[in-house]
Design a protein around this ligand. Structure first.
Ligand SMILES: [Zn+2]
Length: 71
């Protein structure tokens, strides 16, 4: 399942793109197939959201670990 950046409305065309994402915890490179709505893609807001997404990204393993630590 590609990750979705921003919101895509139901009938909106989707743009698929690849982005290099690294887990912010372990540094593992994650193959990032992403999707965004056609109108949203390449807007300034989109770029900011993508940067935030990359800055906060955790791979599945680190996300699980974090979740377990909270319990
Ligand atoms: Zn990780």
């Amino acid at each position: 399942m590609p990750m979705i950046i921003g919101k895509i409305s139901e009938n909106e065309k989707k743009v698929k793109f690849n982005v290099e994402i690294h887990c912010t915890n372990c540094g593992k490179k994650v193959p990032g197939g992403c999707q965004a709505g056609e109108k949203y893609y390449q807007t300034q807001a989109f770029k900011i959201e993508l940067e935030n997404f990359k800055r906060e990204y955790l791979c599945g393993i680190c996300r699980d670990k974090k979740r377990r630590e909270k319990q």
